[in-house]
Ligand binder design. Structure first.
Ligand SMILES: [Zn+2]
Length: 294
């Protein structure tokens, strides 16, 4: 394994310490990897969108860094109080997510696809910024935050329309400011959620849920199959901006290794697949990709 940024012997390091100037990071190994493999399987995570102002969930050691744990699927589906809190915070977070624009990392990957080098791009992000940058062969592994789905009748509505409905029902919440999080959630301190009103499905009265895969929820099988097929048809795999701490992403790194495909990663900090990597570049995604993709 070639590690282009050395890690100290056990001392604590923050993400900021790892933000080395691009010049200090040897990107030649990544350039060579990209030129040697003509059909790439790409797996992206939150690190690709941080330069679009969408914060990452995890620090350089792969540890959870937000004050509250994410909502679990079972809790969301069974507890109305959890749903009130989720959507109340989501009203604030959505505005931030909705306004985010693609960055150099998304644009570099769209260029790579246009030059015929990408077999499939699988993203763990729900922000749709790869598509906004022009990528077409994309699997949204964990769904998309711009769509709301009825868990009763499978009807899907745009999140923007749902937002209008929620804000109309809860005008006071529209004014709240808060820190935004990657899934459109937000950290709203000391808020009283009891009075928040959550709309149900207009067609069947069912529970509405963002069309994203929650923690504790399975990724739909056909989505995993499509991603695995892309991996099988690629000649190498590249992980970008993901610590792979969640199994749904890690399984592709493991499958790449089992299939004997070369596996590279661009990520600040540790990944769960470090020992499987042939190349690891510890650099910000946008800088590394902009420098390595013509
Ligand atoms: Zn419904």
């Amino acid at each position: 394994m070639v590690e282009t940024a050395t890690r100290g012997g056990g001392e604590e390091r923050s993400c900021a310490d790892l933000r080395l100037p691009t010049a200090a990071v040897d990107l030649d190994s990544l350039r060579e990897f990209l030129s040697r493999h003509s059909r790439l399987f790409i797996l992206t995570g939150a690190g690709v969108s941080t330069d679009s102002g969408i914060p990452d969930y995890r620090d350089a050691d792969g540890e959870w860094k937000r004050p509250s744990r994410p909502v679990q699927f079972r809790d969301f589906m069974t507890d109305p109080a959890i749903r009130k809190r989720y959507w109340a915070r989501g009203v604030v977070g959505w505005r931030h997510l909705h306004g985010a624009m693609p960055n150099d990392a998304h644009r570099a990957l769209a260029r790579l696809e246009r030059s015929g080098r990408i077999e499939l791009l699988v993203t763990q992000n729900v922000d749709r910024l790869h598509q906004a940058a022009g990528s077409e062969a994309v699997v949204d592994l964990h769904g998309r935050a711009d769509v709301v789905r009825c868990m009763g009748c499978e009807r899907r509505i745009p999140r923007a329309d749902f937002q209008v409905e929620v804000v109309t029902m809860n005008p006071a919440w529209a004014e709240l400011g808060a820190r935004a999080a990657p899934d459109g959630d937000a950290d709203v301190a000391n808020a009283d959620y009891a009075g928040f009103r959550v709309p149900d499905c207009a067609a069947c009265g069912g529970t509405l849920k963002p069309d994203v895969v929650f923690f504790g929820e399975s990724v739909p099988k056909e989505r995993v199959q499509r991603a695995m097929q892309g991996l099988a048809e690629a000649d190498a795999a590249l992980v970008i901006g993901s610590s792979l701490m969640v199994y749904s992403g890690y399984r592709f790194a493991r499958a790449a290794a089992e299939l004997g495909k070369p596996l590279a990663a661009v990520n600040l900090g540790r990944t769960r697949a470090d020992e499987l990597l042939t190349i690891k570049v510890a650099a910000p995604c946008a800088d590394a990709l902009a420098a390595c993709v013509a």
